[in-house]
Design a protein around this ligand. Sequence first.
Ligand code: ASP
Ligand code: MG
Length: 415
Amino acid sequence: MKVFKFGGASVKDAIGVKNILKVLKNEGFENTLIVISAMGKMTNAFEKIVTAYCQKSKDLNQHINYTKNYHLTITTELFNSKKHLIDTEIETLFGHLSGFLITNKSTDYNYIYDQIVGFGELLSTKIISFYLNENNIPNNWIDVRDFIKTDANYRDAKVDWEKTITTIQRLDKNKLFITQGFLGQSSNKNTTTLGREGSDYSAAIFAYCLNAQSLTIWKDVEGVLNADPRYFENTQLLEQISYNEAIEMAFYGASVIHPKTLKPLENKNIPLYVRSFDNLKNVGTTVSKGHYLVPEVSCFILKQQQILVSISAKDFSFMVESNLSDIFKVLHTFKLKVNLIQNSALSFSVCIEDKFNNFTQFLNEISLNYTITYFENVVLYTIRHATENAIKKIEQKGETLLKQSTQGTVQLVIK
Ligand code: ASP
Ligand code: MG
């Protein structure tokens, strides 16, 4: 079996959906499972619904109508007949959303978030499944929540592999399936999400459980490049890279592949193809086994909106194991993601990401015992296979607050 994944950018409008048809006809669609994200920027739009709902804002309905109209505009363009079954499907899904908003009693933001944002994926897959069915690509829509089982850590749920493997392996491998990325289900039957941009990971989970022959991620870029073209000029395509290289790049923030995607593929030696949905003739990038598959060019990766924190003891004592373990405990409690650490005798520096808006609470707690200085909104640059020239290029971008070098990888925190 093959697994395909289409992200939001590939299905942001009717033209995108029609293009999926083209891709499938070109590539073949036998024994394929297709994972699809929410259309365009719909996850952001659903996040606005979450915020409006939690803040009891009068704009709630306006946000709901925006997402509804977005999908209806696409279906009007895709389906000719005036009254189409897909309209009923869309009404039903928005009915479920309203039902949740009315009956919900919980005040847990993360739980509410997952119950709401998942509608983006449910809508996109329904629409695309209908469209392909009508255009001679018979397929089966499946609800991913029946297959990917997780814990109840909302917004960052962890996969229960045992249950997930058992349910996915029940799928008939001779069919074409369409399902949602990003979502899962906890044991108490609530919707969970795997973290923003998690659909690549969903696709890798299916590839792993199905022992797929390959996973192809269809993108609006040519493949994995040596730098993000939004921030760098003269980028180059990396045609072949190893899992290790890809994992390192994704870990350091290369947004082309979600970092969790690689492990399941590597574990079963399933090749990953990253290809352009616009240029089907192009080869794209192959990620596979082999330490010789390293790029010959420097790769630049950046993580924005970082906080660089310097922590030292109030009584001038050394920063050693006991206080470091204290600090890590507090970082962990507030779900702060650590992207870089550096230690000296009297101060410990850490570059972190505050995905869950807990930094103030962290500061309050840590300041009880330590002296803190910090810079918000800094950028962490990572250069793999760094050269002197490559480092200079980054140092020109601003003031270097911290620099660290390990085995050809250089990291700089720039203000
Ligand atoms: N739709 C989700 C998001 O935008 C998941 C994904 O696109 O991978 O984060
Ligand atoms: Mg998306």
